[in-house]
Design a protein. Structure first.
Length: 132
């Protein structure tokens, strides 16, 4: 690895752990995303014990029942080198929430997923619509 590559890895690690959104790095293994690393925001939202998260299938941790097919489509796109952007429901520690999901493939069969919790914004929007 060159000095520039090492510098990028260091900078990327800093970004991963300083961003407020939940971020997880994963590898696609036999079609399934496996957690490689995750920031504190991800841990706080999805699993209070990070030691139990690393090496586990991402979808088993966060995809609610009935959403497996949707998650599989995202996994297939990532494996094909395509990005994903969608509003998704995911199982958080304190219940199912709505997230803006961005999935970015990188390297060979690897990806990064960023989850921004938009549950309150959507709830507020629905309340406003109910008033009309």
């Amino acid at each position: 690895m060159t000095a520039t590559s090492n510098q990028f890895v260091t900078q990327f690690g800093q970004l991963l752990h300083q961003i407020d959104d939940a971020v997880v790095k994963f590898e696609i293994d036999d079609g399934e995303p496996i957690v490689v690393d995750a920031n504190h925001a991800f841990r706080d939202l999805f699993s209070p014990d990070m030691k139990r998260v690393i090496g586990l299938p991402l979808n088993d941790l966060i995809v609610p029942a009935g959403r497996e097919a949707e998650a599989k489509q995202f996994d297939e796109r990532t494996a094909d080198g395509k990005s994903n952007v969608a509003f998704v429901s995911r199982a958080a520690v304190d219940g199912e929430k709505t997230f803006l999901y961005r999935g970015i493939p990188y390297g060979d069969q690897q990806g990064i997923a960023i989850y921004t919790d938009v549950t309150e914004k959507i709830d507020d929007h629905e309340e406003l619509l109910d008033l009309l």
